[in-house]
Design a protein around this ligand. Structure first.
Ligand SMILES: NC(=O)c1ccc[n+]([C@@H]2O[C@H](COP(=O)([O-])OP(=O)(O)OC[C@H]3O[C@@H](n4cnc5c(N)ncnc54)[C@H](O)[C@@H]3O)[C@@H](O)[C@H]2O)c1
Length: 256
């Protein structure tokens, strides 16, 4: 089996569970060593153990990406010699608050605290990790980044709240902007915008709602985390060496 990411060092935020865990395991299967950065220590360790079982180096950084202290935590990891320098970054940790009934708050119902929390994690967190990792990539003149956004950042979403949708649109803008700034250093920055993917985040909306989404999806099914991991591994690999600044929608045709 040919491995497209042999010898690379990757960091995946939100890699403890859901889509991030599957991305991390796929990167490891493609030959990369992987650091899991997640706020859930137990799940991070579980993913790291699964990576080690594949014969790759694994590392855990327990952090909240919504707190700017994540910048110094990543810098310390890279200078400690424990893990790094980082070649591949996947920004994936995200939050999508829902009410107890699984429905979103309308924009006029969102508390300022909820708005700030979503922006801190979904948008500022992506900035913080790039702020920490890009200087080293620039010095080494290589690297690739994938930012996970959402179909909700492209189209009106009846499921996701306004803070979430706004943060995901902004991620696409940030992806384009950074891609333009670092291209001449040999660094590529792309995005993946998932449609409905079967994870705990999606389960919060309830089975009936997810069935409506399935019916509205031309390919006739919800996505699974592997659908996203495949796109991420491709965009991080040299097979995508002439692609930068793009966000690839992976939604089974929903939203066409
Ligand atoms: N599941 C979907 O249908 C769907 C659709 C579109 C986009 N997305 C996006 O995909 C990404 C992953 O979603 P998922 O469904 O796997 O989510 P999930 O809730 O199942 O898992 C999220 C992971 O991120 C970690 N995490 C959350 N906030 C964090 C923080 N502040 N700091 C560090 N770690 C944190 C959690 O501990 C968990 O391990 C998110 O950015 C989400 O917006 C998901």
């Amino acid at each position: 089996m040919s491995m497209t990411l042999q010898g690379r060092k990757a960091l995946v935020t939100g890699g403890g569970s859901g889509i991030g865990r599957t991305i991390a395991l796929d990167l490891a299967a493609e030959g990369a060593d992987v650091c899991i950065l997640d706020m859930n220590e137990a799940e991070s360790i579980s993913t790291a153990n699964a990576i080690a079982a594949l014969g790759r180096q694994s590392e855990v950084l327990v952090c909240d990406t919504g707190d700017e202290s994540v910048v110094s935590a990543i810098e310390a990891l890279q200078t400690s010699g424990r893990f790094g320098p980082i070649d591949l970054l996947v920004n994936n940790a995200g939050t999508s608050p829902k009410k107890n009934d699984g429905l979103k708050h309308m924009v006029w119902e969102i508390s300022p605290a909820e708005w700030r929390q979503v922006m801190n994690i979904n948008l500022n967190g992506y900035f913080y990790t790039m702020r920490a990792i890009l200087p080293v990539m620039i010095e080494r003149k290589k690297g690739a980044i994938v930012n996970i956004s959402s179909l909700a950042g492209r189209r009106y979403s009846s499921i996701a709240g306004g803070a979430y949708a706004t943060s995901k649109s902004a991620i696409e803008g940030l992806t384009r902007q950074v891609a333009g700034e670092v291209a001449h250093f040999g660094i590529r920055v792309n995005g993946v915008a998932p449609g409905r993917i079967e994870t705990l985040m999606a389960a919060k909306a309830g089975a009936a709602f997810n069935e409506q989404i399935r019916v509205a999806t031309p390919l006739g099914r919800l996505g699974v985390p592997t659908d996203i991991a495949n796109a991420v591994s491709f965009l991080l690999s040299d097979k995508a060496s002439f692609i930068t600044g793009e966000t690839l929608i992976v939604s089974g045709g929903r939203g066409l």
